[in-house]
Design a protein around this ligand. Structure first.
Ligand SMILES: Cc1cc2nc3c(=O)[nH]c(=O)nc-3n(C[C@H](O)[C@H](O)[C@H](O)COP(=O)(O)OP(=O)(O)OC[C@H]3O[C@@H](n4cnc5c(N)ncnc54)[C@H](O)[C@@H]3O)c2cc1C
Length: 415
């Protein structure tokens, strides 16, 4: 595939943009692959990419029931941070964050990574203690974060109201190299790189069954026919329970809708990401000028991929306390995605009760930031057949062993 570059833009401008190639091929499925990944979201595509890049495994198909990136990967609010409490989480999220730093160069695709900084506001005494503890844990883990006082918060976010009618801003956990990236571009960049390695990305192809023999996976049934494989990776976020059911095992997670909304575009007014977990809302400003706003999950299980009005009201009402200026903004659109949430708010990456069948799920409300690290770890698990490296602690067996990776403070409600 031809490289994207400033020179390529100039060349194409000179010939009226007639020379651009399709970013990825749209092939029909072959009858057999070494590895099939179900789900062309960021995590599935990153898994395929690192299988090729790190292990030279390129006879790979990524099967997608809709269009690539059309699941949660294209629906999130793009926050990237790695200020988690537990060591295994900090390791995988920091690996992901560091891979984001060079992703545009690695993929030769501009993912618009913007390390503008993320603040998690402390608005209660309890949150102060929690975030100071996380800052200490991060120092030991080599993740650069710091506890900052209210004056520094105001300096970083001039539009913030520190005194607040219900909860004053008492400080915050600041990660200066956290930020955002363009979510579709992450999926598109990985897809293009995978296609370039000869992998097949098959869209509009729903997996309807898992074929097994002697306790091992042998292939899948799809709306485009049966496809055989040596190894299978399930990376389907909110649909993980269904896919596990097809394979004959159960997962300790539930699927709920999470939603977000954006305002009309306004002039630049906030150049960091702010998360207010006590009142429960978070906000950043997109490059277009829209205020990108997210809240919490629905309190009941569902698969609707839509927003609900009561959450919009709750989220906006909460944020107006901390950012009174948004009361005058018009909201343009809202949407939802289905997230899969585990009891300890940590992902599941590893082997399953079915032979040669691997799973990556449970990223809940915060898996966009993890995409490169998750793909890196999942590729290692699939290539070696062993849950090791960054994935070692995230196996399904931790729920049987009571070995939880409790991130409910860092990940339970935020993103
Ligand atoms: C509103 C919202 C805001 C969020 N904000 C953030 C944020 O700010 N920061 C952050 O880090 N995370 C955030 N997240 C979470 C993040 O988006 C997800 O954790 C992440 O995108 C999951 O990626 P994925 O690749 O696992 O899943 P997806 O992108 O959902 O991909 C899974 C794919 O599997 C496909 N699939 C499902 N079933 C089948 C089948 N039977 N056959 C074939 N294909 C199938 C789906 O169509 C889908 O494309 C947010 C999520 C939402 C919904």
């Amino acid at each position: 595939m031809k490289r994207y570059s400033a020179f390529a833009i100039a060349r194409e401008a000179a010939r009226y943009h007639t020379g651009w190639e399709r970013a990825w091929r749209s092939p029909e499925p072959k009858s057999h692959y070494d590895v099939i990944i179900i789900g062309a979201g960021g995590h599935g595509l990153a898994t395929a990419y690192y299988l090729g890049k790190n292990y030279g495994i390129t006879n790979v198909a990524v099967i997608e029931k809709g269009w690539l990136g059309g699941g949660n990967t294209g629906r999130n609010t793009t926050i990237i941070r790695s200020n988690y409490l537990q060591d295994p989480s900090a390791a995988i999220y920091e690996k992901a964050r560091s891979l984001y730093e060079t992703m545009s160069q690695d993929l030769n695709y501009n993912v618009m990574f913007s390390p503008r900084g993320v603040i998690m506001l402390a608005q209660t005494e309890h949150e102060i203690r929690g975030y100071q503890r996380t800052a200490h844990a991060n120092a030991l883990q080599g993740v650069k974060t710091e506890w900052i006082g209210p004056e520094r918060v105001k300096q970083l976010v001039p539009i913030i109201e520190l005194s607040g009618p219900r909860y004053p801003v008492l400080g915050g956990l600041w990660q200066s190299r956290g930020g955002t990236a363009r979510h579709d571009a992450v999926a598109w960049g990985y897809a293009r790189a995978c296609s370039d390695m000869g992998m097949d990305i098959i869209q509009q192809c729903e997996v309807t069954g898992i074929d097994k023999s002697g306790g091992n996976v042998t292939g899948i049934q799809t709306t485009k026919g049966a496809i055989k494989c040596n190894k299978l990776g399930m990376v389907v976020a909110g649909n993980s329970g269904h896919l596990a059911d097809m394979a004959g095992f159960r997962l300790p997670l539930e699927s709920v809708a999470l939603q977000a909304l954006v305002s009309e575009p306004i002039k630049p007014c906030m150049d960091v990401v702010v998360m207010a977990n006590t009142v429960h809302g978070y906000m950043s400003q997109s490059d277009k000028g829209e205020m990108v706003i997210g809240g919490g999950t629905d309190g009941f299980n569902n698969y609707t991929q839509r927003g609900s009005f009561h959450h919009l009201e709750e989220t906006v009402r909460a944020l107006i306390e901390t950012f009174p200026m948004i009361s005058r903004l018009k909201m343009l659109r809202h949407w939802g995605g289905i997230v899969d949430v585990t009891g300890d708010r940590s992902p599941i990456i590893g082997t399953t009760p079915v032979g040669n069948c691997y799973i990556n799920c449970g990223w809940g409300t915060g898996g966009f930031k993890a995409i490169p690290g998750s793909g890196w770890a999942m590729a290692e698990v699939i290539a070696t057949g062993e849950p090791q490296g960054l994935a070692a602690e995230f196996g399904l067996n931790r729920f049987q062993e009571g070995r939880f990776i409790d991130e409910s403070v860092a990940a339970g409600v935020a993103h």
